[in-house]
Design a protein around this ligand. Structure first.
Ligand code: PLP
Length: 400
């Protein structure tokens, strides 16, 4: 394999993305297609290459969080459907319509504003209805005492909004304790109830979807769904600490290099604030990665990286662009040696989930935090197929 050596970079293995996609497809019923969730720059993996690879695998529906992300996909040559999962200002109705972007409609007020904006612009747009079955975020509220069916049916009759789908979102499908499982089951019931009530009102939906990654993993036998919205599992990471019923391969590995090696005696302090002071002679390596690269400062004196397959603990406070590692027990470390920040090295592996646990957060957040100044290096069939360096791209490239 070609070695890519820079300051700090993210290796993205597209073959592993394909592997994960096939695992997901094998889990779902044959009639349920995968919707590729590529919001937040493809969970930090780069939306353009991730979405294009998925498109080459036959994926025809993508989900993003906002209009800019949707336009970014269009300018990357994504021609399938794109669903915006969140709010888009009604003033953008024309762009939504012209770029064939499907907007989530989650309230009566929003639906009417969108419809009015479309009528004023003389356009029509596609929409999916969002049902709130218990997430408590956005959506038409459906519970045991309130039915959203009448309100949704009225929106389906608005002249400028073409409703093509309906969906809801699980709040705790990643947790397998009894109460969470019952809550997920209730969400499923409420969704099916709403769809049934709407069918009785003469409304049918082409695209129904509920599952996120956790739903795919732990509710794979949900029938009657046209799509499942796969996010984090596409990238090869689990949605929670619960063991998954299928194998995944982590798509991203984060690498940096040793910039300097030194010996220090006892009584030396390392980094800002002198939070680490040596009690014996040590060997220290400095690496050019810091919190501005998205490596959390919370890992100061807590995290570790892999060098020659061995764990090197982080010493002292993490700086904006650099940090120090204890390499006292690792032989033969030199300037230029590759350091695995996240990924496999020899028999050991550091996952986003392990680092997230140390920070008291989740793997999702750490993936999204990987900075813009970290180039993404794409590998396929053992070769580098593309390098995306955000800082070298022209400022308006995506708006052309
Ligand atoms: C982010 C998101 C997803 C994907 O979630 P994962 O847990 O990463 O699979 C699916 N649906 C909605 C509405 C989302 O916001």
């Amino acid at each position: 394999m070609t070695e890519y050596l820079m300051r700090t970079w993210a290796d993205i293995y597209l073959d592993r993305l394909s592997f994960n996609l096939h695992q997901i497809q094998a889990t779902l019923p044959a009639s349920t297609k995968v919707m590729g969730v590529v919001k937040a720059d493809g969970y930090g993996h780069g939306d353009a290459l991730i979405a294009s690879s998925l498109q080459a695998e036959g994926i025809d529906f993508f989900a993003v969080s906002n209009l800019d992300e949707a336009l970014s996909l269009r300018s990357s040559g994504i021609h399938g459907e794109i669903l915006i999962l969140g709010f888009t200002p009604p003033s953008q109705a024309r762009v939504l319509s012209e770029k064939r972007i499907t907007q989530t409609v989650f309230s009566k007020e929003y639906a009417h504003q969108l419809n009015d904006a479309c009528l004023a612009e003389g356009v029509r747009l596609s929409a999916h209805i969002k049902l709130d079955s218990g997430m408590g975020r956005i959506g038409f509220i459906q519970d045991e005492s309130r039915s959203a069916a009448e309100e949704i049916a009225a929106i389906c009759r608005l002249p400028a909004i073409h409703v093509t789908g309906i969906f809801t979102h699980f709040s705790s499908a990643d947790q397998l304790d009894e109460a969470s499982v019952a809550y997920t089951q209730r969400q499923i019931h409420l969704f099916f109830n709403a769809v049934e009530q709407l069918e009785r009102l003469g409304i049918r939906f082409e695209h129904k979807h509920i599952q996120n990654s956790a739903g795919i993993a732990f509710r794979s036998n949900l029938h009657g769904m046209d799509y499942a919205r796969a996010g984090i599992i596409l990238y090869g990471a689990p949605p929670s600490g619960e063991a998954l019923p299928f194998a995944l391969q982590p798509v991203m590995e984060l690498k940096t290099v040793i910039s300097m090696v030194k010996e220090i005696p006892a009584g030396c302090s390392i980094s800002y604030g002198r939070t680490f002071v040596s009690t014996h002679p040590m060997r220290i390596a400095t690496v050019p990665i810091g919190y501005a690269d998205g490596y959390p400062r919370l890992l100061s004196n807590r995290g570790f990286m892999l060098i020659h397959g061995k764990r090197a603990p982080i010493l002292g406070n993490i700086c904006m662009d650099q940090l120090m590692l204890d390499i006292t027990s690792i032989e033969d470390v030199h300037m230029g040696d590759i350091v695995t920040v996240v990924g496999q090295d020899g028999a050991d592996r550091i996952g986003f989930d392990e680092l997230a646990a140390l920070c008291g957060t989740i793997n999702y957040e750490l993936m999204c935090l990987i900075g813009r100044r970290v180039p993404r290096v794409y590998h396929k069939d053992g070769e580098i197929v593309e390098v995306v360096d955000y800082l070298q791209q022209s400022r308006c490239e995506n708006r052309g």
